[in-house]
Each structure stands twice: as C-alpha cells, then as structure tokens.
Design a binder for this molecule. Structure first.
Ligand code: PEP
Ligand code: MG
Length: 591
C-alpha cells in the first residue's frame, strides 16, 4: 500500500492507560486484517471446515508456545491466566459451532469466522458488567489471530523489534504485550482498547507508556515515522515539528526527573514539618496491582475492594479461594494492616452470576451490605474466609455503604455468629480484629458520633459520599460538572466525620479518589486526617506534598476554605494557596 505523507504535528487523542512520555520512531506491528467474505461451492465445504479447524490448532500451538516463553519470566507469571483465557476461547462451543454452521451455509472460513465474531462482539457489547464487557477484547484478539492464520498474513512478532521503537498496532493482544521487551518498546499505541482491558492492565504492570483507543492510527502511520506520545494524557503527535519535539523532550526529562525524585520518597515516612505522621496506604482491587503498590512504598492496604474477586467469572469464589486471596495479600503486606471491605456489589458493579435484578436506581438499591445481608450465605462465607486469613497478618474488616446503626449492628451480629462457629470448629482467627465502616452516605455523616461508639475505625468513601451528598451520579457525564470534592458541603461533611472520630479516639481514613490528589493533601491534613488510602502510584506524589507542609498550616487553610460558599471560590483559593506555598510542585505542568 502506498504510504500517504503524514502532516507535520498530526495531533491525536486517545485513552492514556499507562503514564509516561516517549519519543521515537514508529514500528507498525499490525493493521486490521481485511477479509473478503467469498461464497463457496457445496463441494468446497469439507475443505473449508478443515481449514478452519487447522487454524484453531495453529492458534492453539502459537499460544502454548507464548505461554512457555512467558512462564520463564518471573514478573509475568501471574498474568499467565490471560493466555489460559485465550486458550479457552479457542475451545468455545459457540465460536466453533457458529463458524462451522456459516461454512456449511456456503461462506469461506474467513467470512464465516467474521460473522461469528461480529455476533460474539454484539453479545459482549450488551453485557452490563463493565469488566466482562471489556473481555470482548480477548475475543477480538483471538479473532485477529485466527484471521491472520487463515489469510496467511505474516505477523510481525513483537519479539522481532530490533531497535527501540514506539509500537503501533491495530490491536495488541495481552499475549503480544506480555512479550514486550521494556528496553526496546518505548511505548505502544493501538486503534483499539479501553482502560480496563488486559492489555492496559499489563502496560501498567510493565510500566510501558501506552495510549489506546485511537481508532485508526494503524492505517495512518508507517515504519520509521517519528512520533511523540504522552501516556498520561492520551496524546500522540505524529511527525512532530522541531518545536514539538523539543517541547516533548523537555517534558520527558521533567517526567523522568520527577519519577526519579518520587522514587526517592519510597522509603521515607509521610511526616509533616510539625512532626505529624500520616499513614499512606494503597487501594487494591486485584493481585495485579500488588508489585506496583509495594514499589511505590505503600504502608499496607487501606481499601481492598473484594468485589473484584467476584467479577469476570461464572460463579462466586469459594471460601477456600477467597481465603487464599486474602491470605496472600495479608502475608505480602506484613507488617502493615490490610483493610478488607466486604462485598460492595450493585450500583455500577454488576456481577452476572449473582443474578441481580434490574433496578431503577441501582446506586440507591440493593448495593453493598444491603446485598450481603440479603444473601446471608454469601456474606458468611466471605466473613469466614476473612477471619481465617486474619492470622496471617493484620486485618481490619470493613462494611461498605452503612446507612444506619441497626444495619451495622446486624452486620456485627452475623460476624459474631461466624466467629462463634469458627471457635466451635477449633479454627484460629484474630480475636481482636478491628471492625469499621465506610462513611459514604449522608446519614452516616450525620450519625458519625453514634457510629463512633460502635466501631474501631471509619473510612471515608468520598467517591460515593460526593454522589449521595450532592445528588450527582458519579458515572453520569451530563452532571459531572457538579461532582466536585471541593464542594463546601463535602468539606463540612469530612470535617464533621473527623471531629466525631477524633473525639472518641476512633481511627479515620479517607479512601476515595480525593486522597490521591496532591492538591488536596494539605486540606485533608487540616481537616484532621491521619490516614489516606489511594491508588498506589499517587503515594509518592502525595507524600512529597505532606513532607513540606504542616498540620498547623492545614488547619488555617481549612478555616479559610470553610468560610467560602461556592466550589469556585474554594477551588481558586486552594489553587492560589498551593501555588504560593509549593511553586515547584503546583506551578509545574506534570504533577
Ligand atoms: C468510595 O465510595 O469513595 C470508595 C472508596 O468506594 P468505591 O469507589 O468502591 O465505591
Ligand atoms: Mg463507595
């Protein structure tokens, strides 16, 4: 295909899924495989069926080979399950049956496969569970592999990349991504993909900058085309002008410098200039995030979202499986505590095998503990698994979305039943396990003093607290302009919670996304927080701020902010204050 010259500074915006800046020449790995849906004669059916089965076998062999290579790489072993998923898709009854049916209906193998893949894709598009919906990328990856084998198209292997390059592909399967050599792949850019696709997860695990979802970049570029990419902001600039090149070189240096500097904070305590020690912990969903959390210096886990153990599978995990998962995380985080939150299912986290009914207002429906209390068996199984694991480290047990004292008491009663049962069975568990609640409903804020008498700790879930306090759906882009942590009502709410907790000597943590934003660190300090839990990569960034400010200054700042009546006023006052205090950080483009 003749290449079309790319205009200088062609600016493209996709989804930044793995941060960092890369500059280099493009290595075009693959483009969309185009196939013709040619009709066949009845006497060609057997031959086409053979061809299709041969392609399945070839794909299987390729995957097994990759699996063997990957299993030799220690840091990637935990991702082997992705290849197993692909091997399972190859055996999928529907994939095989539907394609063979279409071949018998006189389509060539490629055409038949194309139809089946379209149908499968449609099915995945209609799945409500976001995690499962994202698994359509695994089906696509298998589809591309089979198509390539059938069309005899030469696949450039990621392992063939000779020189350092920015890899561009129509799609990169997790299997391709796993084979990437960090030394040679400066970054990757794809037409397809989303934030939670396995490829994106792996990019973050490998710390390779990545921008996905650019739709048609693979048909626009060619080998050796110069480009710059920003995986933090999802930007790709093709054929950069000298000016752009210099600008990105500067940004890259600044980014790399910042990363190095931040790494230096890893083992330092988050201690303020007036000697207040703040605990910075990580929010974890999956074991994938484990190495990164440790690398960024997390002091344990402030929020373990256990519902992710239940997502993307056909049945609930058994007590044993949960026990193993909790034990692993506890042992890995020793001597730091791990706050395990019981299932927070419902709302936007739909688990297909739990057969949740469709609800008109899911965020206010059968969510979190409400669901656990209805599904007593499931709840008890989870509590048993957590308690059994509690002897392997320091667990703090947390109930989500508590809205009243009676509800908390019911949860605690069930917990006691489970504890009694374990005692009868002679099974060991931590008798002094700390029990706490998420404070994320307005009623819990208003009753914080009552709750403080019944629990060991609070964890403020600002993601939901903002949604419920301001009546703004956290996932609705039309009202997103109203969703703001600096809303005066939210600042007041956090202040009240901290006050109620501090007066009764109850620990209080904040584990919503707000905790990971460096701009808010001084405000949270001033509001009275001693513990913050966030996405692990934010830990050094927040720590850097905390080590340069004092609680006293935080308290003074909060006093000023609490007198302001609108988000805009609060936000510009805070902005101004932080730029003046820490210009190195807040006047910088890359924080
Ligand atoms: C929150 O609501 O702030 C929170 C941390 O929980 P989630 O985001 O899982 O609802
Ligand atoms: Mg929540």
């Amino acid at each position: 295909m003749a290449k079309i010259e790319v205009v200088t500074d062609t600016y493209l915006v996709g989804i930044g899924v793995s941060p960092g800046i890369s500059i280099g020449e493009i290595n075009l790995l693959n483009q969309r495989t185009t196939v013709d849906d040619l009709p066949i004669m009845p006497d060609e059916v057997e031959n086409e069926l053979e061809r299709f089965r041969w392609a399945l076998e070839q794909a299987r062999e390729e995957l097994l080979e990759i699996k063997q290579t990957v299993s030799r790489k220690q840091h990637l072993r935990e991702h082997l399950y992705i290849l197993d998923t692909h091997l399972l898709i190859l055996e999928d009854e529907m994939l095989i049956r539907e394609t063979e049916k279409a071949i018998r209906g006189l389509s060539c193998s490629e055409g038949a496969l194309k139809k089946t893949l379209l149908n499968l894709r449609q099915m995945f598009e209609n799945i409500e569970d976001e995690y499962l919906r994202e698994r359509r990328s695994d089906v696509d990856a298998i589809g591309e592999r089979l198509m390539r084998i059938l069309t005899g198209e030469q696949q450039r292997s990621i392992s063939d990349i000779g020189q350092k390059a920015l890899v561009v592909a129509h799609d990169l399967s997790p299997a391709d991504t796993m084979q990437m050599d960090r030394e040679r792949v400066l970054g990757f850019i794809t037409d397809k993909g989303g934030q939670t696709s396995h490829t994106a997860i792996l990019a973050r695990a490998l710390e390779i900058p990545a921008v996905v979802g650019l739709e048609s970049i693979s048909s626009l570029v060619y080998d050796r085309l110069p480009a710059v990419m920003d995986g933090t902001n999802g930007i790709v600039i093709l054929n950069p002008s000298e000016e752009t090149f210099k600008e990105y070189l500067k940004r890259k240096q600044a980014y790399d410098y910042l990363e190095k500097e931040l790494h230096g904070f890893k083992d330092l305590p988050a201690i303020t200039t007036d000697n207040e020690r703040i605990a910075l912990r990580g929010n974890l969903e999956m074991a994938d995030e484990f190495p990164a959390a440790r690398k960024h210096g997390t002091e344990g886990v402030g929020l373990y979202r256990t519902e992710f153990l239940f997502l993307g599978r056909s049945e609930a995990p058994s007590e044993e499986e949960q026990f193993e998962a909790y034990k692993e995380i506890l042992a890995g985080m020793q001597p730091h505590p791990v706050t395990i939150r019981t299932l927070d299912i419902g709302g936007d986290k739909i688990v297909s095998h739990l057969n949740l009914e469709h609800e008109a207002n899911p965020a206010m429906g059968l969510r979190a503990v409400r669901f656990s209390l209805r599904e007593g068996g499931l709840f008890k199984t989870q509590l048993r698994a957590i308690l059994r694991a509690s002897v392997y480290g320091k667990v703090r047990l947390m109930f989500p979305m508590i809205s009243g004292v009676a509800e908390l008491r019911t949860c605690k009663r069930i917990l006691r039943d489970v504890q009694d049962r374990l005692t009868q069975e002679g099974i060991d568990f931590d008798q002094d396990i700390e029990v706490g609640i998420m404070i994320e409903t307005p009623s819990a804020v208003l009753l914080a003093d009552f709750f403080a008498e019944e629990v060991d700790f609070f964890s403020i879930g600002t993601n939901d607290l903002i949604q419920y306090c301001l009546a703004v759906d956290r996932g609705n882009e039309h009202v997103a302009y109203l969703y703001d942590p600096l809303h005066p009502a939210i600042l007041r709410a956090i202040k009240n919670i901290c006050q109620a907790a501090n007066e009764r000597d109850v620990d209080v943590c904040l584990c919503g996304e707000m905790a990971g934003e460096p701009l808010y660190a001084l405000v949270l300090l001033g509001l009275g927080l001693n513990e913050l839990s966030m996405n692990p990569a934010s830990i050094p960034r927040v720590k850097r701020v905390l080590r340069q400010v004092s609680r006293k200054d935080g308290v003074a700042l909060v006093e000023k902010l609490l007198a302001l009546k609108t988000v805009k006023e609060v936000s510009s006052c805070l902005d101004q204050e932080m730029r003046t205090r820490l210009p190195d950080i807040f006047d910088h483009a890359l924080i």
